[in-house]
Write a protein that binds this ligand. Structure first.
Ligand code: PLP
Length: 406
């Protein structure tokens, strides 16, 4: 509740989502009654094992994969780390080149950077002005010694969806031995995923972005893909990831995926409608505002609204929105007191000064039309107040022009 008694508005579904009650219900028996170690041999443990097997079958079916190709992990970051490190380690002697994009999540970018420090050759592919990675650009970066190509399915900041099928084709045409990984953490919440149609060998997912619990993720590993385990010391997950399985979280992940599948149409319709309203109305109500990410709704994640607001800092808007009862996010990272513009917006070519005013609103099951109207009523006066406080009023620099809508 806010101080005026109104319910708070949650517009940060890309950060995490509230676990669905049905997911919690499905998990509880594995915390209360079937808490036993699935690797033990007694009856209770076998029930836990069966639950994991069933969850694996559900996840595999929903991804168009085989159960043995599913590795349960602790989440997206671990799956990304396992994919990159696992393939590069397993391919020693065959090549040390890794291709990824400049707009990946830090779980991929920082791992690639670290692999670079350890001797791998890393090529970062750029993006277009809407945040998309092109198949041509990826293919041009692939070499004879390329071992792995990792390109995200949809971007977490600007919602740009990449055409992975084309990227996969282009990579294989250039080097048939290169392995293709995608981070599908954001897209899995909204889009039906099929590993064959996407043309990927490895795919990362996490439960907490699709109304499942924190601490459960998936790495899909196509049969025959070289992958060295990164957590060792137990035979779990067919020797690909050691550690006693988190039965309840795994059951929660599979339940959340099944619900996302069953409710896809409802979720899509709601998110798209709310997204369209915001994308249309924000530029009308706030001068010097730009929409970042794809204009074409079919190439943008439903529910993603990302904008830049001239002459204000994203972090300041977030604080003011919080006080007004709205939880949102910004692409910028506050490091040691100074606000760094988002690496995604910078890679897209957004001028850094304008990128500092970035704001990401992500819609989902928490939201209704009333939430969007509330945002539309509180945000414009916040921006106006902040601009009025600014000591110098200057014209928008000419390089901002292509990015601004209003
Ligand atoms: C694109 C992307 N990849 C990876 C992650 C990390 O996932 P997790 O929080 O499950 O470690 C996130 C989370 O924000 C993400 O948005």
């Amino acid at each position: 509740m806010t101080s005026d008694g109104r319910a708070r508005v949650y517009l940060d579904h890309a950060a995490t989502t509230r676990p669905d009650e049905r997911v919690i219900e499905a998990m509880l028996p594995y915390l209360r009654e079937r808490w036993h170690n699935p690797s033990s041999i007694y009856i209770e443990a076998q029930a836990a094992r069966r639950a994991i097997d069933e969850a694996r079958e559900t996840v595999a079916e929903l991804l168009g994969a085989r159960p043995e190709e599913i590795v349960f992990t602790s989440g997206g970051s671990e799956s990304d780390n396992l994919a990159l490190r696992g393939v590069m380690d397993a391919s020693r002697g065959r090549g040390r080149h890794l291709v990824t994009s400049a707009v990946e999540h830090h779980a991929v970018l920082d791992t690639a950077e670290q692999l670079g420090r350890e001797g791998a050759a890393v090529t970062l592919v750029g993006v277009d002005g809407e945040g998309r990675v092109s198949a041509e650009a990826v293919a041009a970066a692939v070499r004879d010694d390329t071992v792995l190509v990792s390109v995200m399915h949809a971007n977490n900041e600007v919602g740009a969806i990449n055409d992975l099928a084309s990227i996969g084709w282009a990579v294989r045409e250039r080097n048939p031995r290169a392995v293709v990984h995608t981070d599908a953490v954001q897209s899995a919440a909204h889009l039906a995923l099929d590993v064959d149609r996407l043309g990927v060998d490895l795919l990362t997912m996490t439960a907490h972005k699709l109304y499942g619990p924190r601490g459960a993720g998936v790495l899909y590993v196509r049969t025959g893909t070289p992958l060295a385990p990164q957590i060792i010391g137990g035979g779990q997950e067919r020797e690909r990831r050691a550690g006693t399985e988190n039965t309840a979280a795994i059951v929660g992940l599979a339940t959340a995926m099944r619900l996302a599948h069953e409710e896809r149409e409802t979720d899509l319709a709601r998110d798209r409608a709310l997204q369209a309203r915001l994308l249309e109305e924000l530029p009308r109500r706030i001068p010097l505002l730009g929409i970042t990410g794809p204009r074409d709704a079919s190439q943008r994640l439903p529910g993603n609204v990302s904008v830049v607001v001239g002459f204000v800092e994203g972090e300041s808007i977030l604080l003011a929105l919080d006080l007004a009862g709205v939880a949102a996010s910004s692409g910028s990272a506050c490091t040691t007191g100074s606000v760094e513009p988002s690496h995604v917006l910078v890679a897209m070519g957004v001028p850094p000064d304008l990128a500092r005013g970035s704001l990401r609103l992500t819609l989902g099951r928490e939201n209704s039309e009333a939430d969007v109207e509330r945002l539309l009523s509180v945000l414009p006066p916040i921006v106006e107040r902040m601009r009025a406080l600014s000591p110098v009023r200057v014209e928008a620099p000419p390089e901002w022009a292509p990015w601004l809508v209003s």
